[in-house]
Design a protein around this ligand. Structure first.
Ligand code: IMP
Length: 198
């Protein structure tokens, strides 16, 4: 069964393939093998955007599609940047500017609690869709550390860790990440899809 990964973000693509690449009977396709139109993220929640990306890409391509939307929710900022995480400092995916803005807003702030939240969506060309969620709790460091990962990884210290996510190896990040938790919850559905049971 061919399933399309509905993202152009190379870091997410890699993580999704590492986490779900082993499901028997699923052949993962990306925009490289099967180009699809870009979907504008007009939703106001991670749930809306994940569903929007999965459903519209499945309908445009005729292929079952897995999509994901994720964000960082900082307690002292009332849950921001949340759904706006990738354009927090104004420019889409300017990770360094986003991290600098976050550090500035939290300067002098003692409550550094934050969480990553990922919402994964699986959609079929007939319009049916399913959503799952994964959360990783942690706190925001006072300066960036580490070279792995992407986005806010250099500033995020998972609960129970002293290192940031960017200091963990990719395998260590995968074991605990919000994305891993959301994607694993889709695994039974993907296995059913591969067996022709959906
Ligand atoms: P999306 O492409 O709109 O889902 O953007 C999600 C944004 O949230 C990314 O651009 C990052 O800024 C942030 N983000 C989501 N997941 C992660 C992660 O695993 N590490 C670091 N930043 C993340």
């Amino acid at each position: 069964m061919k399933v399309l990964i509905g993202t152009r973000n190379p870091h997410k693509l890699e993580e999704i393939r590492r986490i779900l690449g082993d499901i028997p009977g699923i052949e993962w396709l990306t925009f490289r093998e099967h180009p699809f139109p870009e979907v504008e993220e007009t939703g106001t929640t991670l749930e809306e955007n994940a569903r929007l990306k999965a459903v519209s890409t499945a309908q445009a391509t005729g292929l079952p599609t897995l999509a994901e939307d994720s964000g960082l929710e900082v307690a002292a900022l009332g849950g921001a940047p949340g759904v706006l995480s990738s354009r927090f400092a104004g420019v889409e995916k300017d990770y360094r500017a986003n991290n600098e803005k976050l550090l500035e807003l939290l300067s002098g702030e003692e409550n550094r609690r934050a969480r990553f939240r990922a919402v994964a969506a699986l959609a079929l060309p007939d319009g049916r869709s399913w959503l799952t969620e994964g959360i990783l709790e942690g706190e925001i460091a006072t300066s960036p550390r580490g070279a792995h990962g992407f986005g806010y990884d250099p500033l995020f210290i998972p609960v129970g860790e002293t290192r940031t996510l960017a200091e963990l190896s990719p395998e260590e990040k995968d074991r605990i990440s919000h994305r891993r938790r959301a994607l694993e919850r889709l695994r039974p559905l993907l296995s059913s899809l591969a067996r022709g049971e959906l």
